[in-house]
Design a protein around this ligand. Structure first.
Ligand SMILES: O=P(O)(O)OC[C@@]1(O)O[C@H](CO)[C@@H](O)[C@@H]1O
Ligand SMILES: [Mn+2]
Length: 441
């Protein structure tokens, strides 16, 4: 690809990519194997001996994967038929074509980090679908549900905050409405810290009351384009015809607490009439430990609806109604669990790109989405976000991300260098966040 810097990869010994491939991914694989072991009796109860045999098969496939990774074996093609098997194997050939002969095969510590990490999660899925009758099993389901259960206090605080806000929303002036919008955007941003692939699957539930800690967290927002989001949606609201649609698309990230913050924001978008529809994009297969699938989406709304707390259950009932009325629509597309940078979407998934072009605003949640928006490359910090998107401009969009990978663009001159000098871990712990907008100003 002309004019773009090299990809992050495990070649850079000591880099975050290297440490992820060396330490975190094997740790996640070990946890997945342990999860399967712990469900042996459940598989026996449900499926008899066949279930036990299937569990053994999945574990042996995953142990083989872990060995390939730990001994830096060549990346091998997928073999099990699935909707994206051919696309994946074409991509493997593409990555192989980038390697000159002397370098040999695509390998874990050599090929782009984005590619090998996505490949690892897709191989986990292959091991499961190769092991019927447990080929339905989500190996990350438990940790996503645990994150939700452990964040109950914060979720109750958020639902209470939203319901109180809704009772007064008609009386708010423009500035007050804008302030409430900004608060819920920040809550959605910091909800992204609850990401289990960063913690290697260790719990990252939300314990503190995030509503009352926003002021303390403001200094950690490195790029803050929320004013653009406000003026875009406020102008849409002011100029829209009576029956016309204002649609905000949210490309989701993690289930659990982060998903609650996204649904709270989506609820506000409707209640404030800043949007008339919200479209959600999740993942078709279990992904990066905590990413949201349709099962997670539906399960969480059901849990909130049946909560033993009046404001929480009110939220859940409203959310279920929005779905029934078509005001909230959940979409699946296989592209989101491919390894491709988003600038390849028009070629790889033109149908999806055409769908995204209908949005008035697209919010991309989380670090992995940011890595794919900017190609997971070693950009200079001050490169404009628009340039790093490398032609991906389906609609006005905003990345809402806490930093968990060594790539960041659109900073002020010297801002990245200063952070590197004072706090070398600034771009991998999730402590800092951004709202980075691309679109008409
Ligand atoms: O997209 P999220 O959930 O915000 O974060 C996902 C992620 O940060 O977790 C891993 C941490 O190493 C990275 O590989 C990946 O980008
Ligand atoms: Mn995630």
């Amino acid at each position: 690809m002309a004019g773009v810097p090299a990809s992050l990869s495990g070649r850079d010994v000591g880099s975050f990519a290297y440490l992820t491939v060396k330490d975190r991914i094997p740790q996640i694989l070990t946890k997945v194997i342990d999860t399967l072991h712990r469900h042996k009796s459940e598989f026996f109860e449900k499926h008899g001996e066949e279930g036990v045999e299937a569990e053994k098969k999945a574990i042996s496939l995953l142990s083989k994967l872990r060995n390939e990774l730990q001994t830096d074996k060549p990346i091998i093609p997928l073999v099990e038929k699935f909707v994206d098997t051919d696309i994946w194997n074409q991509y493997l050939e593409y990555q192989q074509s980038l390697i000159n002969e002397s370098d040999g095969k695509s390998r874990w510590f050599y090929s782009p980090w984005l590619f090998v990490e996505c490949y690892m999660y897709r191989r986990i899925h292959e091991a499961i679908i190769q092991s019927p009758p447990i080929n339905y099993f989500d190996v990350f389901k438990e940790s996503k549900e645990q994150n939700f259960y452990e964040s109950q206090e914060s979720i109750i605080a958020l639902c209470t905050h939203l319901q109180q806000l809704i009772t007064t929303i008609e009386d708010l002036d423009e500035n007050q409405l804008k302030d409430e919008f900004f608060k819920l955007l920040q809550i959605s941003l910091w909800g992204n810290k609850c990401d289990l692939s960063l913690s290697g699957g260790e719990s990252r539930s939300q314990k503190t009351d995030v509503v009352n800690s926003l002021e303390n967290l403001k200094p950690f927002i490195l790029v803050n384009d929320v004013e653009h989001l406000w003026s875009l949606l406020r102008n849409c609201k002011k100029t829209r015809e009576k029956a016309s649609v204002i649609s905000v698309y949210i490309v989701l990230d993690n289930s659990g607490f982060e998903l609650v913050t996204d649904l709270i924001l989506a609820n506000f978008l409707l209640s404030s009439k800043l949007a008339t529809e919200v479209h959600f994009y999740g993942k078709m297969i279990p992904w990066f430990v905590s990413d949201t699938t349709i099962h997670d989406f539906n399960w969480l709304i059901e849990q909130v609806k049946h909560a033993n707390h009046k404001w929480m259950s009110k939220c859940g009932a409203d959310w279920e109604d929005y779905i029934k009325m078509g005001k909230w629509v959940y979409h699946d597309h296989i592209f989101w669990t491919l390894p491709h940078e988003y600038c390849a979407m028009p070629q790889v998934a033109p149908d999806l790109y055409a769908e995204l072009q209908k949005a008035h605003l697209i919010l991309f949640k989380g670090d992995l989405n940011y890595r794919k928006l900017t190609g997971d490359r070693k950009w200079e910090f001050s490169v404009p976000f628009h340039q790093a998107l490398n032609g991906f401009h389906p609609a006005p969009l905003c990345a809402i991300r806490t930093l968990k990978a060594e790539t960041q663009v659109g900073l002020q001159p010297g801002q990245g260098e200063q952070l590197m000098a004072s706090e070398p871990s600034w771009w991998t712990t999730g402590k800092y966040g951004i709202f980075q907008y691309d679109g008409p100003l």
